[in-house]
Design a protein around this ligand. Structure first.
Ligand SMILES: *Cc1c(COP(=O)(O)O)cnc(C)c1O
Length: 399
């Protein structure tokens, strides 16, 4: 009998009961706006900012409306100018070049390696040509952050980290988002905490955080923030920083606070699932697993494998056969952007020179989410199905 998987790749686990109760409390209070506070109450958003800052070890955290908003706010807080070139990853998702385009700056793509991380040799070549690197830790793969920061320092390159897939991850124990000047996170449904939409921006820099708070739509109520620079820093920027509203509200913060408290346990649950799929796929002919370096603490909320140098039609055949057995794989090599996947050459507003070595990697990337609603048995079954179907197509001659 052919085994099939019956679960859903888009079914998230529920919001913790504690978060549901806190959200009901916020609704009963009628005070949903972050600055609508009862006397003496820091509010859910203010508390969440304090807790998140503490979690990543940052001086300041700002909760905002989305991860993409955090990225564009970071660029605005750094006063990126129209027409300015901003370096970013060729392997990332659309909100990243989109954040650069939102400030009328120009994305310049840096290649991807077989480790699915930014190509540091390519970065070294391009580092002199920009002031800012918007570094995307795409699908949770961390590059050698020591070498990356050395390149950045040597070239006066400011690093903004897109940690949409690395909330809770670390390089040599340093939380992801803390090597760069600014770290940005998403709490959109498919990330590591789920408030539907939402995000964070963290930094230790007074002027950057003061500008980010003003930009996020604080009016002159910045004094009500959970973590904030001293008044004199605001005094220097408050007349020159526009209000581009993108605040978080108490309802979302209420839903997020218990998730943050439970994040470490969720990370362990993800990594257990990741290891089961990884072990199940190890040694599959024609399929390359992505090595996870010792120095990296990752969050296995999704897994990627490579079918390097396969013909496109053979990869499509694998996708069809897996889909017929209930396993939804995403392919970054498709000619047309589909669902959440797209590639640097599908963003026509940001023209780029071809990158053959990166194209070879991108053409081979298969990607799969691992929602926490999957059991370990589900994960083992999924791996058996992929292994069997990759094997069948490989034997038929895929290269
Ligand atoms: C989801 C995502 C973002 C942006 O997050 P939103 O909250 O959806 O705006 C940024 N970068 C990457 C790589 C993402 O996957």
């Amino acid at each position: 009998m052919t085994e099939c998987f019956k679960g859903s790749f888009t079914q998230q686990d529920p919001i913790p009961e504690e978060g549901i109760a806190a959200a009901l409390e916020v609704m009963r209070s009628g005070r949903l706006h972050r600055y609508n506070l009862a006397p003496g109450d820091p509010g859910e958003v203010g508390r969440l900012e304090q807790e998140f800052a503490q979690y990543v070890g940052a001086k300041y955290a700002l909760a905002v409306a989305s991860g993409g908003y955090a990225l564009s706010t970071a660029l605005r807080a750094l006063e990126v100018q129209p027409g300015e070139r901003v370096l970013t990853n060729a392997f990332t998702l659309a909100p990243v070049p989109g954040a650069i385009a939102s400030v009328n700056a120009v994305p310049v793509f840096v290649g991807v390696t077989e480790a699915l991380t930014i190509d540091l040799d390519d970065l070294e070549c391009k580092a002199g040509a920009a002031r800012v690197l918007l570094l995307s830790h795409m699908r949770g793969h961390l590059t050698d952050m020591d070498r990356l920061m050395e390149i950045a320092c040597a070239n006066d390159l400011i690093v903004v980290e897109d940690c949409a897939h690395t909330m809770g991850a670390a390089w040599k124990g340093r939380p992801s988002g803390r090597d760069g000047l600014i770290g940005c996170y998403s709490t959109q449904t498919y990330k590591h905490m789920n408030s539907g939409e939402g995000g964070f921006l963290v930094t230790d820099d007074d002027a950057v955080m003061a500008r980010a708070i003003m930009l996020s739509g604080s009016y002159m109520l910045y004094g009500r923030h959970g973590t904030r620079p001293p008044e004199e820093v605001f005094a220097q920027i408050k007349y020159d920083t526009p209000n581009i509203s993108g605040r978080m509200d108490h309802l979302r913060a209420a839903v997020l606070r218990p998730q943050l408290a439970g994040l470490e346990a969720r990370i362990e649950a993800w990594n257990e699932r990741y290891r089961v799929v990884e072990e199940g796929l190890r040694g599959t002919p024609g399929l390359t697993l992505v090595d996870r370096p010792e120095e990296e603490r990752f969050v296995g909320s999704s897994i990627q494998v490579l079918l390097l140098d396969w013909m496109g039609e053979a990869i499509e055949e694998v996708l069809r056969r897996c889909a017929a057995r209930g396993v939804e794989l995403k392919w970054f090599g498709g000619a047309e952007p589909e669902g959440f996947t797209s590639r640097y050459d599908s963003w026509h507003y940001a023209p780029s020179a071809p990158m053959p070595a990166s194209d070879r990697v991108l053409r081979g990337i298969l990607d799969m989410r691992l929602p926490l609603t999957f059991s370990l048995e589900d994960c083992a079954l999924i791996a058996r199905i992929i292994r069997a179907e990759v094997g069948a197509v490989w034997q038929g001659g895929a290269g």
